[in-house]
Structures are given as C-alpha cells and as structure tokens.
Design a protein around this ligand. Structure first.
Ligand code: TPP
Length: 517
C-alpha cells in the first residue's frame, strides 16, 4: 500500500471522512487514492480560502474534523485567513499539505517553506519522513486536531512518502476527554457570585451550546449576575425555547457600557474583554478599573460541566433558566431596508436552521430580530478575517444535509470567497444566501472616524465605495450554477426567502440597501 492510501484509510478509520480539496501535482497520489477508499468524500473547492472556511463550518456543525487538501505553501497561504478564523473558533481540522519529495533538492518554482506558514496557526505541525511513517503521523494529526483543546493540525506530506509503498494505516487513538474543572475552583467562583458584588459571567468557545446557555441562565437568574456571551461565538444555540443571552458588543465603548460597574468577571472558555483594534486615546482593555478576573474554564476543560456544577453550587434550581418565548415579527410589508429584511428573516426562519452570519453592519437588525425566532444555530466570524461566510455555509450544509442553512452575507465580504457558490451548486447543498448589498465597505466608513484618521477626502472615500461597476450578485451566482433573484419590497423578499427554503439546492437573494455610515 502506498502512503497516500494509508493516509486516507487512517483518516477514515479516525472518523475524518470528508476532505475539502484544492489539489496540485504534489497531491496527485492522494487524489488517486480517493477512489481506493470509498468512505472518504472529496469535495472540490475553487480557492483555498473556500477549502478552509468549508472545513471550519463543517467541523462546527459535525463536532468532528474535516480534512483539507492543499498545495504547498502557496495553497496553505491562500487558506490562511479562514484558517485563522478556524483557529479562533477552536475548530478541529486536519490539513494535508503536499510537498516536494524529500530528495527534491531544487529551490525553484513552487518550492516553499510550508512549515513557517503552518506555524502561524499555533496548532500541531508534523511530516512523515517515509511512507512507513505516514499512518502513525496521520493518527497523531487526528488526535491533535480533536484535542482537547481542539485545534488545527497540519500534516506536510512529501510526495515520495505519498507515492512509495510500504505504508500501513494506523489505528485511531482513543479520543481525549475534556478535563473536569476542580471542585475548589467551582467553590471559589461560587463564593464570588454569592458575595453580592456586581459580577458578570462570560461564556465562549465550547460553552455556547444549549446546555451551557441553560446553565448560565440559571446562574444569572439565581444570583443576579450579568450573563453574557463573547461577541463572535463559534456556535451559539439560540432562539425560542432556549435562554436568550446578550452578546458582548463589537464597539469597545458599547462593551464598556455593558460592563459598567462590574467588580468581577468570570470567564468560561472566553477571552477577557478587549477592543478588537487599537485606537489612539481609546482603551484596549475593556474591564472596568479594579475589576477582578476569574477563569472558571479554558478550552481544554469541560466548560459546560463547570457551568452546571456552578449553577448547582450557588443553589440555582434545575429548570430555573429564563426561556425566550417564541417572538416572531409579523411578515413585513413595504420598503426593503435592514429593519424589514431582519423582520422577514426572523418571521420565516425555519426551526433547526443553521445561520452563518457575515452580514456585517446591515445585518445588525437581523441579529436583533432573530432572538425570538424559531430555534437555530448561529455561526459567526470568530477571527474577523472576512470571506468566511459563504465557505462556512457550504461546510455546514455538507455536515447537516437535513437542516436548512441560511447564509447572511455582506457584499464586500462575500466577494472574497464567492467561488463557494460553485461548490454549493455542484454538491446540491441546501443553502439560502441573502446578500446585504450596501455597495460599500461600510464598517470602514465608521472605523475611519473612530481611528481619528481625519475627514476623508475623495480618494479615501473611494477606498470604501463599491459602486461603479455595481456588483450583480444574481448574475454572478447564475454563472456558478446558483439561481437567484433581487426582490425590491419586503413582501417580495418574504416570498423569495420562503420559496428558497422550501426548494432543495442553493439559491441566492440579493437585497440592495443604502450605505448607513
Ligand atoms: C481578510 C480581511 N481583509 C480585510 C479586512 C478589513 N475589512 C474589515 S470589514 C471590511 C469590509 C466589509 O464590507 P462588507 O462586507 O460589505 O460589510 P459592510 O461593512 O458594508 O457592512 C474590510 C475590507 C478584514 N477584516 N479581513
């Protein structure tokens, strides 16, 4: 058996049976071996940023890693923005990056330093030296990806280790378990909550699933602590029938208002609140002066178990969480603007939908309106590197073929990885994309003022203006095999959205909006 076949067999035996690919010559034996291992699904993406974002969306919904197949350092580098988002999400992923043969010895053409690019991801990096090594190294990569903590593992695969015989698949290692948080840690935090001093509990990472949100709500209801979720959760289970948890804001000033007067912050697999950028004369640490930080759990811990134990420790009765009632707006009529668009989506969102949200500024109203919509999962831009939404929706739809995926996408961000639509069409994925087209990089209009960079002149303004030529997303989607439409009223949008959700396969709805900043 050659190394490539042993690698794919090891992946499949280790539970990794989906590979998002963008191959080149150094990966040919891996590609050829796909037909030898029928359990492995190969999904072609037309840019590495789509590969990485799809693997991220897949893993967030499947709760297990996908593999990616990438071509040397340029291929891995092209994937970097979405690998960065995946790293911030704590997503498990196994990257297979083809390299030249170990004795290649030429520094020309695609020869490149793969390891330096991979190290940026701060996860696991390894490379087999011979084909006999491949199975063992692949099993190590899977174990590292799964964790805990879950992370990105990058296996650099020299072409000769792939094409040479003498390889054997390795048995998967037994899955690691998150560490139980020690009882005295729980007691310490319970004492803080009982002290009567103003306290906020912030959840993130692995803990924003329904069980974590329920335990958090119990804690808040019983102790009066303020309960919050990080600004960009990996996967937040929200909507009717679950507690509704306020997210930390994007703007530092808003976070400072949310935390005003707080004396203790308890972090549950979440970062301490900090501003996303440095600004002249503005704080980066957003904690109130003198506020103490208590870490209940980190990414390798059983954070949900810790929240449940904490709820018990403070005496919060089981079932005392505050449940969000179903609170759907009526189907809106009249002009289509960010408010009516959000109301229409909230009114029609089907139960069990998966939302990937990269709708940016114009989507703010959708996020507010969907708090009481039918229960759904929300995946967000964890690392702030735009171009994540369309690929993540693609991967989520592969992971959950029986659930509708609603991909909320801003125009500027959408253009980074628009090729994801082609994969959606080819794989017949049930994704409804809504493009919030405000013909601008509108957040940057807002940020320009906040950074104190001065009054923008015409050249500066042109850097954030996407008019001329105006992007036509319906035509772009059609060119990739995805049907679409451009409704102009709230009623027309509702009809199109309802139809798109009812039909199998992908569909794109473009909504023309005004710039607001
Ligand atoms: C990979 C990457 N490149 C550039 C940026 C800088 N950036 C942040 S937001 C943005 C434009 C967003 O525009 P759009 O998606 O249309 O949303 P809007 O701000 O108009 O709501 C850019 C270029 C980034 N965050 N990530």
């Amino acid at each position: 058996m050659n190394g490539a076949r042993a690698l794919i067999r090891t992946l499949v035996d280790g539970g990794v049976d989906t590979c998002f690919t963008n191959p080149g010559t150094s990966e040919m034996h891996f590609v050829a071996a796909l037909d030898d291992v029928p359990e492995m699904r190969g999904i072609l993406c037309l840019f590495e940023g789509v590969v990485a974002g799809a693997a991220d969306g897949y893993a967030r919904m499947a709760d297990k890693p996908a593999a990616t197949l990438l071509h040397l350092a340029p291929g891995l580098g092209n994937a970097l923005a979405n690998l960065h988002n995946a790293r911030r999400a704590g997503t498990p992923m196994v990257n297979i990056v083809g390299d030249h043969a170990t004795d290649y010895g030429q520094d020309i053409f695609l020869n490149s330093d793969i390891e330096t690019v991979a190290r940026n991801l701060a996860g696991w990096v390894g490379a087999p030296k011979t084909s006999a090594d491949v199975g063992r190294v692949a099993a190590e990569a899977i174990a590292a990806a799964v964790g805990p903590p879950s992370q990105i593992a990058t296996l650099i695969l020299p072409a000769d280790t792939s094409w040479s015989d003498g390889a054997t698949p390795a048995a998967p290692s037994s899955a690691g378990q998150p560490a139980a948080v020690a009882g005295d840690r729980i007691d310490e935090v319970a004492a803080v909550l009982r002290s009567g001093e103003p306290t906020a509990v912030i959840i993130g990472g692995t803990t924003t699933r329904e069980a974590g949100v329920r335990a958090l709500s119990r804690i808040g209801a019983h102790t009066g602590a303020k309960v919050l979720c990080e600004c960009f959760p990996t996967r937040l289970e929200r909507g009717a029938g679950r507690p509704s948890i306020e997210r930390l804001g994007y703007l530092g000033e808003f976070v400072q208002m949310q935390l005003d007067g707080i004396r203790h912050v308890v972090l549950v697999d979440a970062d301490s609140p900090a501003s996303f950028f440095a600004y002249p004369d503005k704080a980066t640490d957003l904690l109130p002066a003198g506020c103490e930080v208590h870490v209940l759990a980190g990414p390798a811990d059983d954070g949900i178990g810790a929240l449940e134990a904490l709820a018990d420790a403070v005496g919060a009765p089981a079932g005392s969480e505050v449940i969000q009632e179903l609170d759907r707006p009526d189907r809106p009529t009249g002009p289509l603007d960010p408010e009516s668009l959000g109301a229409a989506i909230a009114a029609l969102l089907p139960e069990g939908a998966i939302i990937t949200d990269e709708s940016a500024t114009a989507g703010l109203w959708t996020s507010l309106a969907t708090a009481g919509a039918a229960p759904h999962d929300l995946l967000t831009l964890t690392g702030g590197a735009i171009g994540y939404g369309l690929p993540a929706a693609t991967g989520a739809a592969v992971a959950c073929p029986d659930r509708p995926v609603v991909s909320l996408e801003a125009d500027g961000s959408g253009m980074y990885t628009i090729q994801a639509l082609w994969t959606q069409a080819r794989e017949d994925l049930n994704v409804t994309t809504v493009v919030y087209n405000n013909y601008a990089y509108d957040i940057l209009n807002l940020e320009l003022g906040r950074t104190g960079a001065g009054e923008p002149g015409p050249k500066a303004k042109a850097m954030f203006d996407l008019h001329g030529p105006d992007l036509d997303f319906v035509k772009i989607a059609a060119g990739m095999g995805v049907p679409g439409s451009r409704p102009t009223t709230a009623e027309e949008f509702g009809d199109a959205f309802e139809m798109a959700l009812a039909e199998p396969g992908p569909y794109l709805i473009e909504v023309a909006l005004e710039s607001r900043f």
